[in-house]
Design a protein around this ligand. Sequence first.
Ligand SMILES: Nc1ncnc2c1ncn2[C@@H]1O[C@H](COP(=O)(O)OP(=O)(O)OP(=O)(O)O)[C@@H](O)[C@H]1O
Ligand SMILES: [Mg+2]
Length: 308
Amino acid sequence: MSFLEVKNLKVHYPIRSGFFNKIVDYIYAVDGVSLTIEQGKTYGLVGESGSGKSTIGKAIIGLEKIKSGKIIYKGKEIDRKFRNRKNEYNKNVQMIFQDSLSSLNPKKRIIDIISEPLKNFENLTETENKKKILELLEIVGLSEDALYKYPHEFSGGQRQRIGIARAVATKPQLIIADEPVSALDLSVQAQVLNYMKDIQKQYNLSYLFISHDLGVVKHMCDYIYILNSGRFVETGTKTDIYDFSEHPYTKRLIAAIPEIHPEKRLENALKRKKIEEEYQKNKKNFYDENGKVFDLKKLTDTHFVALK
Ligand SMILES: Nc1ncnc2c1ncn2[C@@H]1O[C@H](COP(=O)(O)OP(=O)(O)OP(=O)(O)O)[C@@H](O)[C@H]1O
Ligand SMILES: [Mg+2]
């Protein structure tokens, strides 16, 4: 039995217009994705801006209304109206949000922000709570004087670490990490990623690691889901994706990984141009007549691709 299974998930946002604010159409932000998460593993969710990554994450924790599909937690289907319920699922599945500034309440102090998820599940006295928050701050490398400050008094990197402290407070088993390091300097990125790996080992955590950057994902993930227009175009292990990718959309993302060796930059740029041309020329092979990504087909036991 898998820790979490998402089956044929769809999230459609209504587009409203006119004086009566009538629904005139829908954005198919997530349009039929299935994924499986096992304990202790890291899964990459990769795609360009607007491909639906955050929507999938938020739907899993119950922050987005699901059009259809199932979320199965330890073999049991989760009720669609589970949001804000103080149940085991909400304790065990936490999220680090993409935008640390807008996801941390600006009027609350750090101690209250990090305590929030804890309060739903544990009855701690004020002293116990403070002790716990201090431990969490220490783990993410922030000092005691952070306790009574407000989010705007921190740098982007520090705020991201506050988001991580909040997400790990309830000792979850799965953390959905939405672009956890994309706002950070390279040196701080490494620090945060290493910390995430450390606590993973300690608690046998699973991650759903959301990123547009296949470079970072390579460093972190066991299995990778490539998302394009709300559907998966390719899924596979690190080797499947980085060494044997079949889908031009995946190849394009891989070619976009910045080249660190200056002598290879020109070669890389030419390769990128060729891949882009191939992608534009062959579009009919990977989108059906309605512009929708095909269903995934099995290549090997681990590798799936959505080609005609
Ligand atoms: N609340 C909303 N109402 C209407 N449309 C939305 C809403 N949230 C997201 N969308 C649309 O759904 C699609 C997917 O958005 P989503 O935020 O999931 O993308 P993303 O892959 O996380 O992008 P990014 O890399 O920029 O964070 C986009 O077209 C977006 O404009
Ligand atoms: Mg996003």
